[in-house]
Design a protein around this ligand. Structure first.
Ligand code: ZN
Length: 301
């Protein structure tokens, strides 16, 4: 263990020192070989953990399902985590612009690899940034992360390959579920207070209404009176069959729309931006589709 590392860790108050750095040199190389990873969002962190098992140490920055991620501001703690990271994974597409700034401003302890979900999936700033709701995103991120782990730790390549195969297999029931829902609900009009669920809605084939309202809400700007009126009309006249809302961003306007939906007997379901505690990415996605299917149970074409 190098003295410089010890001093850095003390300076960082041990908050984000990978366990390997706090171990003594007498411990085995298997323990000291843990790869320190920072994920900007905890759903990527969960997938990295599934792919790396106990060979990775994952720090997720956005991990509070009670906070609005769009309002997040990076702290010195975040910068310290990045300093030690060998692998950094973030969303991109302007969802987490603080990551670009931090990466530019933080010196790395060693060689640092950065994987950006938006780059892997061809998404740009201005596109809907909630990429983890788009079915092709996680397989692409998983393959890139697994390839990195195999190159950083080639002795355990077969282990990483097996974990990647298991993860991709674990996504299959999700794809099957989406296909079944598409066969039932293609073209069904729905609405949402924010575009968080947008890609999944597209995958199911819903007709998503009030998208301009949703973009304004996401960007913390006031939707136009006309857009608000159109949204309320959709609910009151039951032109939509479900209202999807982001439970991490429930301002006064969202609460009012939930009331209008309730009065009109339009079911509402909540989705979150951040992975809830105790769930894997795939369990989280499944549970939200369960809620959606439950809300649409009485619906008939
Ligand atoms: Zn969002």
């Amino acid at each position: 263990m190098k003295l410089a590392h010890v001093l850095t860790c003390i300076a960082a108050a041990f908050a984000f020192c990978p366990p390997a750095l706090a171990q003594t040199s007498a411990q085995t190389s298997a323990q000291t070989a843990r790869v320190p990873v920072v994920a900007a969002e905890n759903f990527y962190g969960d997938v990295i953990r599934q792919l790396g098992g106990d060979r990775v140490t994952v720090t997720s920055i956005l991990n509070n399902p009670d906070e609005d991620p769009h309002l997040f501001e990076a702290s010195p703690k975040t910068a310290r985590a990045l300093q030690h990271a060998a692998l950094v994974v973030y969303n991109g597409a302007n969802y987490d612009p603080w990551m670009d700034k931090l990466l530019g401003a933080t010196k790395s302890d060693g060689k640092r690899t950065v994987i950006v979900a938006a780059q892997l999936t061809g998404k740009k700033p201005g596109d809907n940034p909630h990429l983890w709701y788009d079915p092709p995103t996680m397989p692409a991120v998983a393959k890139a992360v697994s390839a990195y782990l195999s190159s950083a730790d080639p002795a355990h390549k077969s282990d990483y390959d097996a974990r990647l195969a298991a993860f991709l297999q674990a996504l299959k029931p999700l794809d099957a579920r989406i296909a079944v829902m598409k066969s039932h609900y293609k073209g069904v009009p729905v609405t949402a207070t924010e575009p968080v669920f947008g890609y999944m809605s597209d995958a199911i084939g819903f007709e998503m209404r009030n998208t301009r309202f949703q973009t304004a809400q996401m960007n913390e700007t006031e939707p136009s009176p006309a857009d608000i009126a159109a949204f309320e009309k959709d609910l009151r006249e039951r032109r939509v069959h479900v209202l999807i809302y982001n439970s991490q961003a429930t301002g006064a306007l969202t609460r009012r729309l939930l009331d209008v939906a309730k009065d009109a007997h339009v079911p509402s379901i909540s989705v979150t931006e951040t992975l809830p505690a105790g769930k894997t990415y795939q369990q989280w996605m499944q549970s939200q589709l369960d809620a959606l299917a439950g809300a649409l149970q009485g619906w008939q074409r």
